[in-house]
Design a protein around this ligand. Structure first.
Ligand code: NAP
Length: 267
């Protein structure tokens, strides 16, 4: 039996177990997906222990996505992003670390027929999700602008991405009207009914993706719909980061519809 899992703290409300176990059922795989909450100082032991026990793969979430880099061999994308959310064990060498948040964002947009090559994309937020999404979109050929509450973080991130520019949130009224794609990668909209983007900047030639998935319909997405833009909720990115992890671990095409149904039934 294959064992997969999630390292994070807390992980009690994670949607990954039902999403992955729905895939195992659909694929007829004898496998389990287990959540683990190591203490921060035990992270290295947890990764080594998972390897010693023959665990096939782990997802990694808050607060370990950066710290886990010390215990894995990151692939080039995860290294550039500076964070790992998926570990693949195999053999005795160091496990490989991937960042499937970046690919998850790209595949969510692709699923909604949003093209990125040569398009102009605005990413709001320069935290963990913002970094992954900005690299992912740029690698697909989009010209990326990053806007963040702390402008210096956006500027530093933009410096690491060829052709990207960055600034504070005050650039949004200028850059969003000219953009093709807008992604919210801040926490704004999670705990209160607020949007990080001025309503008047939204327009009907825009695809608007929110990384926030709780609530599923954020104020930003409601306002995007009203403006005639294409809204894409945060469950899509959550789905596709899991799809990509599963495909790396199993070498099998993921049953996307079954995973999506399981995920949305738990939201
Ligand atoms: P993070 O590393 O803590 O970054 C938080 C970001 O939000 C920073 O850019 C921060 O700006 C900004 N922010 C926080 N409060 C703000 C406010 N009041 N006004 C404006 N900006 C504010 O968090 P994260 O891991 O990137 O997660 C961000 C969001 O993405 C969360 O809602 C998370 O659930 C979601 N997420 C979704 C997925 C998915 O698969 N759908 C995956 C990962 C994350 P400063 O830099 O100025 O503090």
């Amino acid at each position: 039996m294959d064992v997969f899992g999630l390292l994070g703290n807390p992980v009690g409300h994670s949607l990954s177990p039902p999403m992955h176990e729905a895939a195992y059922a659909e694929l007829g795989l004898e496998a389990r997906y287990v959540t683990f909450e190591p203490a921060p100082e035990a992270l290295g032991d947890a990764v080594a222990g998972a390897q010693a026990l023959g665990i096939t793969g782990l997802n990694v979430t808050v607060p370990f996505k950066r710290d886990v880099l010390e215990f894995v061999e990151p692939d080039p994308l995860a290294e550039r992003i500076g964070a790992v959310n998926t570990i693949e064990f195999g053999g005795d060498g160091p496990p490989t670390g991937y960042n499937t948040d970046a690919i998850g964002a790209v595949r969510s947009l692709r699923d909604h027929d949003v093209s990125l090559r040569g398009e102009s994309a605005v990413v709001v937020g320069a935290g963990g999700a913002g970094r992954a999404i900005a690299f992912g979109l740029a690698d697909e050929g989009a010209t990326v602008t990053i806007a963040n509450r702390t402008a210096s973080k956006a500027e530093r991130l933009a410096d690491a991405i060829p052709g990207a520019t960055g600034g504070g949130l005050e650039i949004l009224p200028d850059v969003v009207p000219r953009a093709d794609v807008l992604v919210n990668a801040t926490t704004v909209g999670m705990d209160e009914d607020r949007s990080p983007v001025p309503t008047t900047a939204l327009h009907d030639n825009l695809a608007v993706m929110d990384a926030v998935y709780s609530p599923l319909e954020t104020r930003l997405l409601r306002e995007a719909t009203t403006a005639g833009a294409t809204p894409i909720d945060g469950a899509w990115m959550l789905l596709y980061q899991g799809v990509d992890a599963l495909e790396r671990w199993t070498g099998t095409e993921a049953p996307v519809a079954a995973m999506n149904e399981a995920l949305r039934s738990h939201l």
